[in-house]
Design a protein around this ligand. Structure first.
Ligand SMILES: Cc1cc2nc3c(=O)[nH]c(=O)nc-3n(C[C@H](O)[C@H](O)[C@H](O)COP(=O)(O)O)c2cc1C
Length: 339
């Protein structure tokens, strides 16, 4: 008997306010090699409409230069089957082949509305939602005539990891194309450390395709996880990947992040926002958020970051960024929490 060895597949996690179309396209252009990008959640509503920025985020015309080397998977946030099916049809019409359901968002405003991680609180309601979704999805065809794939991104419980097994029993009953598990409970938000041992226990008993997500900050950490659950081939990277956008390349045996490519990535994101019509100040605010991740690569740069944050106009901002790259030591680092 020959055993097929599955290649590892790496994906960029959905991150609201960060991994939108401008960021995804810039990343794909400067650091090709990531197979999948998930959109930040699209907040579905009873009007069956999206916000303007959400429509833009999924417009097929805008995606990854259209070269077909990476897939974009839209994620939705809802607790209503009819809204989910509306989105699935709308996305199929736009050429997407997979839709991802968010059952992990820990934000209080989301959870109290029984969405995101709030769906993990009442398993009867969760099952009713999934029944409706999978009954309806059978009728939705993609452009290539296939059924739309449905994947889910979830946590290992609301309050305790003891909930994880029962939750998995529910998810396993449905034909998800993939179950992405972030092994933290809702009450941990994204704080402290993830619990790969909880994931390992689930991976050992689950017949479904699981994707691991949580604290994959370096190639070394990924190797540890790969050794811990060798049967897993799907890996999702969030904060570690924002910090080091060359992380997947290193895992694949490529070179470390270089200053020039980080600067190119930065410029593409900034220019992307401006081309989209974002006001200068708002574009700069977007970049300030990214600097909270990228600062780990710059040694002795506190003064430069202080100056950068004080900039009031774009020309000044661009000059300060050049100064930072020219005057400080660039040593690729890793995500160490938001400072
Ligand atoms: C700023 C921020 C925004 C996020 N937005 C989303 C989102 O829209 N949808 C989602 O499923 N998860 C979201 N997440 C969670 C990430 O996708 C990921 O699960 C989490 O960061 C853990 O992975 P990591 O340790 O690799 O960062 C967000 C996380 C952060 C920090």
């Amino acid at each position: 008997m020959t055993v097929e060895v599955q290649e590892d597949i790496f994906s960029f996690a959905p991150m609201e306010g960060i991994t939108n179309v401008v960021f995804r396209n810039a990343h794909h252009a400067v650091f090709p090699g990531t197979g999948k990008y998930y959109t930040p959640f699209l907040g579905l509503n009873q009007n069956f409409n999206l916000q303007k920025k959400e429509w833009r985020d999924i417009d097929p015309e805008n995606q990854l230069g259209g070269d077909g080397t990476a897939k974009v998977i839209p994620q939705v946030l809802t607790c209503h089957g009819d809204q989910f099916l509306w989105a699935a049809q709308m996305l199929a019409d736009r050429g997407y082949e997979e839709i991802n359901l968010n059952t992990g968002c820990p934000a209080p405003t989301v959870v109290t509305r029984h969405k995101g991680a709030g769906l993990l609180e009442n398993l009867v309601e969760l099952e009713m939602l999934l029944d409706e979704i999978f009954e309806g999805i059978e009728k939705i065809r993609t452009g290539s005539g296939r059924e739309m794939r449905v994947s889910v991104k979830t946590r290992t419980g609301m309050r305790s990891h003891e909930e994880a097994e029962v939750l998995m029993d529910v998810f396993e009953r449905y034909p998800f194309s993939e179950i992405i598990i972030h092994p933290r409970v809702r009450e941990e938000y994204y704080k402290g450390q993830a619990h790969p041992e909880v994931f390992a226990a689930l991976a050992g008993r689950c017949g479904k395709k699981l994707c691991y997500n949580g604290d994959l900050y370096t190639a070394g950490i990924w190797q540890e996880r790969k050794a811990q659950f060798p049967e897993v081939t799907d890996w999702m990277f969030g904060r570690g990947f924002v910090t080091d956008p060359a992380l997947v390349r290193q895992i694949q045996g490529g070179k470390k992040l270089e200053a020039a490519e980080l600067l190119e990535f930065h410029d593409r994101i900034l220019d992307g926002y401006l081309e989209m019509g974002t006001e200068d100040r708002n574009a700069m605010f977007r970049l300030f958020e990214l600097w909270t991740y990228w600062r780990f690569h710059f040694q002795g740069a506190d003064k430069h970051f202080k100056k950068l944050k004080k900039t009031k106009n774009l020309a000044d901002y661009r000059a300060r960024v050049r100064e930072l790259f020219a005057e400080t030591d660039f040593v690729p680092g890793k995500y160490e929490g938001i400072k």
